[in-house]
Design a protein around this ligand. Structure first.
Ligand SMILES: NC(=O)c1ccc[n+]([C@@H]2O[C@H](COP(=O)([O-])OP(=O)(O)OC[C@H]3O[C@@H](n4cnc5c(N)ncnc54)[C@H](OP(=O)(O)O)[C@@H]3O)[C@@H](O)[C@H]2O)c1
Length: 320
């Protein structure tokens, strides 16, 4: 299937971006991948036909460079985001607000038909810097491109995620699983492939009904932290005891943990974000309106948690 429409994606080299590129390529779109280092995006090319996926250099600090990439595009998706601040170039304000606004402005100037911006579930309720800048980013984007479709995904799971993999990795090394704030925070994890499908559906939809809308994209089930670990234990066969850590203690520890390598890396802002539940708000638009049934964790987790089993993936195979 081939169509003559061009989609430009910012942040296509990331976790969601890879699924999105694959989905859009299967729908026949030509995809321009805006990248700080195009060679880091070459791994995406085999997801489409020859010439269908085109990595292009983009200097994110320069509106002209963004303009050069966006020019001629029918649709634009902004998937750029950071979870923590690292160095001068990775500041929440710069990435979530300034860059997002600049891309939106260029899309408006270039009369791009649809602009889809990826925000985060709960950004309107959270007290973390991450959440606050995501919300400010939404406003900045809408001020520059009023018809923007904003998607607020919940924490995403899938192969290569930085969520279930991080927890499973942590469970390999620590004697006790820390339940921050008693582990009561509620999550509604969403499969990354469902979010990519939502974006592709909105782009492929010939109607204008998604313009100016915000969709909350949350998974089928709600879990607390303990529930998520129970799922991980189920598929890795590694069971650990839990230990409750008050917010005040972990906030102090995170001063040091932010210098640790993964999976121990935690910032005080990430701790702050655990104070707010990340679940679908009743009455908001979501997967139902997009006619998508979100996949449950039990369907996807076994595919990639096998790696964390004691003895590894092939531990249960008979030797021939
Ligand atoms: N993952 C989740 O659970 C989750 C949940 C809710 C919302 N979101 C949002 O969904 C979007 C996609 O998430 P994701 O998990 O796919 O993110 P990701 O894997 O971390 O990818 C982020 C993308 O942003 C780019 N990027 C990172 N730092 C940058 C910087 N300083 N300057 C310019 N570009 C930078 C990366 O490009 P390089 O390859 O060049 O580094 C990458 O393409 C983000 O907006 C995120 O905030 C994610």
């Amino acid at each position: 299937m081939h169509n003559d429409k061009i989609v430009t994606i910012f942040g296509a080299t990331g976790f969601l971006g890879k699924y999105l590129v694959k989905d859009l390529a299967e729908h026949g779109f030509t995809i321009k991948v805006a990248a700080r280092a195009p060679e880091k995006a070459y791994f995406l090319k085999p997801l489409g036909e020859v010439g269908q996926i085109v990595p292009i250099f983009c200097n994110y600090s320069d509106a002209n460079s963004i303009h050069d990439v966006v020019e001629g595009s029918d649709y634009v998706v902004n998937c750029v985001g950071i979870l923590s601040e690292r160095g001068k170039r990775s500041r929440f304000k710069k990435i979530h607000i300034d860059l997002a606004a600049m891309i939106a402005k260029v899309c408006s100037d270039e009369r791009v038909s649809k602009f889809i911006h990826i925000s985060a579930l709960g950004c309107d309720k959270g007290s973390s810097k991450y959440a606050k800048t995501k919300l400010e980013g939404e406003k900045a984007v809408a001020a520059n491109y009023p018809d923007v479709t904003i998607l607020r995904p919940s924490v995403m799971f899938g192969e290569d995620d930085n969520f279930i993999n991080k927890f499973a990795e942590l469970a390999r090394y620590v004697p006790f699983i820390p339940l921050v704030g008693g582990g009561k925070t509620k999550f509604q994890p969403v499969f990354v492939g469902d979010v990519a499908e939502a974006i592709t559906k909105i782009i492929a939809d010939k109607s204008e009904k998604h313009e100016g809308r915000i969709y909350e994209l949350a998974g089928y089930e709600v879990y607390d932290l303990k529930g998520i670990y129970e799922k991980i234990f189920k598929y890795t066969g590694r069971r650990k005891k839990f230990i409750s850590i008050p917010f005040s203690v972990i906030k102090f520890q995170s001063i040091f943990l932010r210098f640790m390598p993964e999976p121990f890396f935690v910032t005080s802002d990430q701790v702050e974000s655990l104070k707010t539940d990340s679940v679908f708000s009743k009455g908001e638009l979501g997967f139902d309106e997009l006619d998508i049934k979100p996949k449950i964790m039990d369907l996807i987790l076994p595919e990639y948690l096998e790696y964390y089993k004691s003895g590894g993936k092939f531990s249960k195979l008979e030797t021939v």
